[in-house]
Design a protein around this ligand. Structure first.
Ligand SMILES: [Zn+2]
Length: 186
């Protein structure tokens, strides 16, 4: 990677089918952050902790020294390589409001992520319009949930960590066929 990426998330989409059975569609299997000093990757134990540091990433960049048992001298927790699919999040995504959950779901062909919020009524919001509709019909949440606390910004899938995957290759080839077909028409 050319620049130190903010608050990235390595994902193992292989586990998503099991998770779906349990009623969740979260595709991300592991969270990690890159130290702004030594650029090593450190795993983050919980989604909650990850969401907190992602929300404050620009004002409060992450260093190994933030962890009591860790320093820049220690070997990386995880190496950035093609053995798993990496997904890079944008920094400063607000922490999901109470009683909501933000889910990042990988599409089956591995070409795109989708962001959903599970709202306090169990329904899913896919757009800010859905959130607004929920607030309009459930005004009791207007104090605790504000539309600004929702971000549908999708993380970026790092192409070089997914491009050896067959599902991804098939989709990419189909896209290329379309481009070729439309080019030959012209
Ligand atoms: Zn460090």
């Amino acid at each position: 990677m050319s620049s130190p990426a903010p608050a990235p998330v390595p994902a193992s989409p292989g586990s998503s089918s099991q998770q779906r059975k349990r009623g969740s569609t979260e595709s991300v299997g592991m969270y990690a952050v890159q130290c702004c000093e030594c650029h090593k990757w450190r795993t983050i134990a919980t989604k909650d902790e990850f969401e907190t540091l992602r929300a404050n990433f620009t004002d409060d960049p992450w260093f190994c020294s933030k962890r009591s048992d860790c320093s820049c001298e220690d070997p990386a927790d995880i190496e950035y390589d093609n053995s798993r699919i990496w997904i890079i999040d944008k920094p400063n995504i607000p922490k999901p409001p109470p009683k909501t959950e933000r889910l990042a779901l990988m599409r089956g062909d591995l070409t795109k992520m989708d962001i959903y919020y599970v709202l306090p009524n169990g329904k899913r919001a896919r757009t800010i319009g859905d959130v607004q509709k929920f607030l309009d019909t459930n005004p009791e949440y207007n104090d605790s949930l504000s539309a600004e606390s929702f971000s549908f910004t999708v993380p970026k899938i790092v192409e070089e960590t997914v491009s050896h995957n067959n599902a991804w290759k098939t989709k990419k080839a189909k896209k290329q066929d379309k481009v070729n077909a439309s080019n030959s028409k012209n």
